[in-house]
Design a binder for this molecule. Structure first.
Ligand SMILES: [Ca+2]
Ligand SMILES: [Ca+2]
Ligand SMILES: [Ca+2]
Ligand SMILES: [Ca+2]
Ligand SMILES: [Zn+2]
Length: 573
């Protein structure tokens, strides 16, 4: 009797604890098209993650989707933070490091926070859609995503610290070459963790208050009297050298540090002392050098609404951009213009400005990848109209003046009584919260399109024909069913990856050839190692026919092996 009551108590306890768990499992939402209704990992996309938040979300994805996600550190930042890389791929369907892969990174520039959210959203979305969506499910069987949400994690602290130049990381740099490092950054005069404008009342000022919106300063017409002068961004001359804010924390450009078409600082401002002098970029390079299966790369920057393509300097490796590569790059990029309204496909050196030692050119020139750099956010997105781009009005009507920091009186040691105010650092280049998820989804969809178009090799038509003298002829076709070739033209020109191999197992291979004219049975014989035929490249939507003469064997296995095209195997009947 005692025993039963004890058991009953356990049962009752189990029921009590089971109920709240059950309640959580009840589906709370209807399914909106294209989004996970009841995600295993709760995430929100209308705010910016701290570095700790990024790390936590990554860990939760690994926990919820161990069969899909691996979290690694590519290396440490200058201040010792991990450069987190998520590998997202269906592990049961094959080794992720042998499948065609897309690299995604964000936030190389400190103020360009939302690249991280684009990258994180992509990882989260792929996971949460992986069981119910047939396209994503198959995509993760075929492909791999390496996702580095922030490759400049120290500078993500830009949001909690002040004084950091908008592009830099935190490796100390003596920008004015006075022997002191980072001795004069911006100064937050009103302690609101924002660096805004300084203004002072002045009868000689060139600005007056806008009567329609007193927050705004307007430049006076010639001959008109102004009332305000602008004194630059918040700051004081900390080292008393006559210059204000001339050497803040860091003070370089992480996107001028890459080892392809690199130039020193006096030619390319912001470059370090030598390529990959920054530990964060070094970590990315070390990781990717061990992942030759990466076929495409995507970096996220802000702002301007651009889908940038290379080359970044005129003639910089341009000779390697053959028509074939240009067609692929432009086709995917144009599709991006459709996927992300308001964004334009542009060529860096021609449409923006020349960049030496940029990440994009490195991916193309050193890794042979198809690569884009998206400049997130542009003013078109405010009112979906290129002619209406008044940020004050947008802030008033849509954000209820949350983005503008009202002018506030402070005392400046040199200028006396001044006012500081203006738009805070979370607006102007960064998406307001309510628009972040939309752009994250569209940019993720662009990445997914690029990944989908990476090579997919399929073997078909394996035929075995008996020949006189106990010999057999084996023929097969290997087709690349997607847009990207197994080797970009930079890959071929700069001899980056080995060729593709098509191999035969079974019997003794006496001769092997790549068939160039199937109808007339003309081909190119490979005398050395005929069982493993070397193919320089399998272009997008193209196929290769192969033929072997074999002695012995009954069952034959044909396999294709490509660094960037993946691996596939098929058997004869
Ligand atoms: Ca200095
Ligand atoms: Ca301030
Ligand atoms: Ca100074
Ligand atoms: Ca200063
Ligand atoms: Zn940038």
């Amino acid at each position: 009797m005692k025993n039963i009551s004890y058991k009953f108590k356990i049962f009752a306890f189990a029921m009590l604890t089971a109920f709240p768990l059950k309640a959580q499992e009840v589906e709370m939402f209807y399914h909106a098209a294209g989004s996970p209704a009841n995600p295993k990992v709760q995430a929100s996309w209308n705010k910016y993650y701290t570095y700790e938040g990024v790390a936590d979300l990554c860990s939760r994805l690994v926990k919820a989707y161990p069969q899909l996600v691996t979290k690694q550190s590519a290396g440490k930042s200058y201040q010792g933070r991990d450069i987190i890389v998520l590998t997202v791929s269906d592990k049961q369907a094959g080794n992720p490091d042998l499948k065609p892969a897309l690299w995604i990174d964000g936030n190389i520039h400190s103020i360009e926070l939302q690249g991280t959210e684009m990258a994180l959203y992509t990882a989260w979305y792929l996971c949460e859609m992986s069981s119910d969506n047939a396209f994503i499910k198959q995509l993760l069987k075929d492909k791999t995503f390496y996702i580095a949400p922030t490759i400049n994690p120290d500078a993500r602290e830009y949001f909690t610290s002040v004084g950091l130049p908008p592009r830099s990381g935190l490796v100390p740099t003596d920008n004015d070459r006075d022997g002191l490092y980072d001795e004069d950054g911006f100064d937050d005069l009103n302690n609101d963790r924002n660096i805004t404008l300084m203004r002072r009342k002045s009868t000689h000022g060139e600005y007056r208050q806008d009567l329609k919106d007193p927050r705004r300063l307007l430049k006076v017409e010639p001959g008109e009297k102004g009332e305000w002068e602008i004194l630059g961004m918040e700051g004081i001359d900390n080292d008393n050298d006559g210059l204000v804010n001339e050497d803040g924390p860091g003070g370089y450009d992480g996107n001028r540090d890459w080892g392809f078409n690199w130039q020193p600082d006096y030619i390319q401002g912001g470059a370090g002392k030598y390529p990959f002098s920054l530990p964060e970029n070094q970590a990315v390079m070390d990781f990717t050098m061990k992942h030759r299966n990466i076929t495409g790369a995507q970096s996220f920057h802000n702002s301007g609404g651009m889908i940038l393509r290379g080359p970044s300097i005129q003639d910089g490796g341009q000779e390697s951009y053959t028509n074939d590569d240009n067609e692929v790059i432009n086709t995917i990029g144009k599709k991006g213009e459709l996927i992300i309204p308001g964004y334009k496909l542009l060529t860096i050196w021609k449409d923006l400005y020349p960049v030496y030692g940029g990440e994009l050119d490195w991916w193309y020139g050193e890794m042979g990848c198809f690569v884009y750099s998206n400049e997130l956010w542009n003013s078109y997105l405010m009112f979906y109209d290129t002619t209406k781009n008044d940020i004050y009005e947008f802030d008033k009507l849509l954000l209820f003046e949350d983005a503008f920091i009202p002018w506030q009186k402070v005392n400046h040691p040199v200028f006396g009584e001044i006012e500081v105010g203006g738009f805070g650092k979370n607006f102007g280049r960064l998406h307001p919260g309510f628009m972040l998820e939309t752009d994250a989804h569209r940019n993720a969809a662009f990445c997914i399109y690029n990944a989908y178009q990476s090579p997919k090799l399929e073997i078909s038509d394996i035929k075995v024909k008996n020949l006189p003298g106990g010999l057999r002829e084996i023929t097969a076709t290997v087709e690349n069913t997607r847009m990207l070739p197994t080797h970009s033209s930079s890959n071929l020109r700069f001899k980056i990856d080995p060729p593709d191999y098509i191999s035969l197992e079974g019997g003794t291979v006496i001769a092997g050839m790549i068939v160039t004219d199937r109808d007339n049975n003309i081909g190119r014989e490979q005398k050395k190692n005929p069982s493993r035929l070397e193919i320089e490249n399998i272009s997008g939507y193209q196929h290769v026919d192969v033929r072997w003469i074999v002695r012995g064997g009954t069952k034959f296995i044909v396999s294709a092996e490509s660094v960037k095209g993946g691996r596939v195997t098929a058997r004869s009947e």
